[in-house]
Design a binder for this molecule. Structure first.
Ligand code: SIN
Length: 499
């Protein structure tokens, strides 16, 4: 155990993969360091798994699936409820782990634990509702039924920005449906995933039902390719970048796996002149600065109607300039970005925007944090007069940078908002009820928030359209992603004669 990292329950710090109910090293013994992004310090070491480990995990999952698929819904619900209880009982330790390896402020990590646990609770309940249908008979002497069956072994590939919530959001519905799981957490945040596996073990999950393999960026490709090639893996659920999502779609074609892809976004945030500007600034602060701007649904393009443009920028700049920056343990509102590449991307987007005529209003530089001089901190930034030629208008910055663009008319802004290959989230503020419905229905996105900066909840369908992917997580629709529909027709039944 690393002396730098201590929890109330130190047995939640696991530094081995979890396969077939055992804590194991990579077959070839390779390991990789886990880094605290606030300090650059190594806080742990985990296996750097490869293709052989990937196949062994599928062997275990397939064995577990053969028996787990026959469990009754009540039993699966009970397992998820126990896991949910353990997650919430260890909320503080899990939050500390998230903050240490991911960097987000402790307050946000606590919220993430509760958010992730809410999916486990939700799918514990949904497990009992995954029923089928009876189709009215078309000919005498026939019965037709629709039953739903688990798809099989699911590969869950999870991102670093919500290391607990995204894993819970994939594993919980898979288990509710009767599937077994092989999972690869992001290379930056393996410790949270392993702690979640420890709690699942404690909850009584059978050996092999959930297998977690950690791996480095370099070995992620051979590991993932082994799952792509394996016909026993029947589904992939992935949250991450659009290029990787496309790779998964292409390379799963040979075995025609089912896919749920929650990919990149380029969310517009529109403020009409009839909006409540105070509420709009509040909403933007919440939506944009959650996790230091590192969520797929963070607004990436802010459009403000000309008549309120200057006022809005002034109000926004005052709030953004007051945000506090620092390592996760203290009271800071903005933590470090995940790594140096993230800082460099924010800098490159900003330099490109300024070179093309954008105006830096506040922030715009690396932040030297006295408590954490080696951390990857970036000052919360507002940049005005951004236009469509600039990189930040069409690439996800994934950092605490707010680009603002003026617009004149509703038609113009809807066209701007939809001028992107992405379609995950969108936000707008208006008090005109006709406009609200018109814009909500015209925006090309899987999720639209009207007069609100929050979209995420386990009870609503999370997911995108266009190049932001397909499939929905959470809600009454989430379980179907892990179920096959089977139609059963029963003929030659006795026909009751009419009197
Ligand atoms: C994401 O950034 O991919 C997920 C964000 C959320 O669930 O709110």
């Amino acid at each position: 155990m690393n002396p730098n990292l201590t929890l109330t329950r130190n047995n939640l710090i696991r530094q081995q993969s979890f396969v077939d109910g055992q804590w194991v090293d990579a077959a070839d013994g390779r390991r990789m360091a886990v880094i605290d992004p606030a300090t650059g310090a190594t806080i742990g070491e985990v296996p750097d798994s490869g293709a052989d480990d990937a196949r062994a995990a599928v062997d275990a999952a397939q064995r577990a699936f053969e028996s787990y698929r026959h469990t009754v819904a009540r039993e699966r619900a009970a397992l998820l409820k126990r896991w949910h209880g353990l997650i919430m009982a260890n909320q503080e330790d899990l939050a500390r782990l998230i903050s240490r390896e991911q960097g987000k402020p402790l307050m946000e990590s606590r919220t993430e634990v509760a958010y992730g646990a809410s999916y486990v609770e939700w799918f514990a309940e949904e497990a009992k509702r995954g029923g089928g249908d009876v189709i009215p008979e078309q000919h005498p002497g026939h019965r037709m039924l629709v039953v739903k069956q688990p798809v099989g072994v699911v590969a869950a590939i999870t991102p670093w920005n919500f290391p607990l919530a995204m894993l819970a959001r994939k594993i919980a519905p898979a288990l509710a449906a009767g599937c077994a799981v092989v999972c690869k957490p992001a290379e930056d945040t393996p410790l949270t995933a392993l702690a979640m596996a420890a709690l699942l073990e404690e909850a009584g999950a059978p050996a092999g039902l959930v297998n977690i393999l950690t791996s480095s960026r370099e070995r992620a490709a051979p590991l993932g390719d082994a799952w792509l090639a394996d016909p026993r893996v029947r589904k992939i659920s992935f949250t991450g970048s659009t290029p990787v999502g496309k790779h998964l779609a292409r390379h799963s074609a040979d075995t025609l796996k089912r896919l749920s892809l929650e990919l990149g976004g380029n969310a517009p945030f529109i403020v009409f002149e009839d909006a409540d500007l105070v509420a709009a600034v509040d909403g933007l602060m919440v939506a944009k600065f959650r996790n230091a701007g590192q969520t797929c649904i963070c607004p990436n393009r802010v459009y403000v109607q000309q008549s309120v443009y200057a006022t809005f920028i002034e109000m926004l700049a005052a709030r953004v300039g007051a945000l506090t920056i620092g390592p996760a343990g203290g009271s800071a509102e903005i933590g470090p970005l995940i790594n140096l590449r993230a800082i460099e991307k924010a800098e490159a987007h900003l330099a490109d925007a300024v070179a093309h005529g954008a105006r830096l209003v506040v922030g715009g530089a690396r932040h030297a944090c006295p408590d954490a001089p080696d951390g990857h901190f970036f000052t919360p930034t507002v940049v005005a007069d951004v236009d469509a030629r600039m990189r930040m208008s069409h690439e996800e910055t994934f950092g605490p940078v707010v680009p603002v663009t003026p617009f004149a008319t509703e038609d113009e802004v809807v066209a701007l908002a939809n001028d992107t290959p992405y379609g995950l989230a969108a936000y707008f503020y208006s008090r005109d009820i006709d406009r609200v419905w018109q814009v909500a229905e015209s925006i090309e996105a899987g999720m639209v928030a009207v007069n609100d900066g929050v979209l995420s909840t386990e009870v609503a369908p999370f997911g995108g359209i266009k190049e932001s992917g397909y499939g929905r997580e959470g809600s009454q629709y989430g379980l179907d992603e892990y179920l096959n529909i089977k139609y059963i027709r029963h003929g030659n039944l006795p026909v009751r004669k009419q009197a």
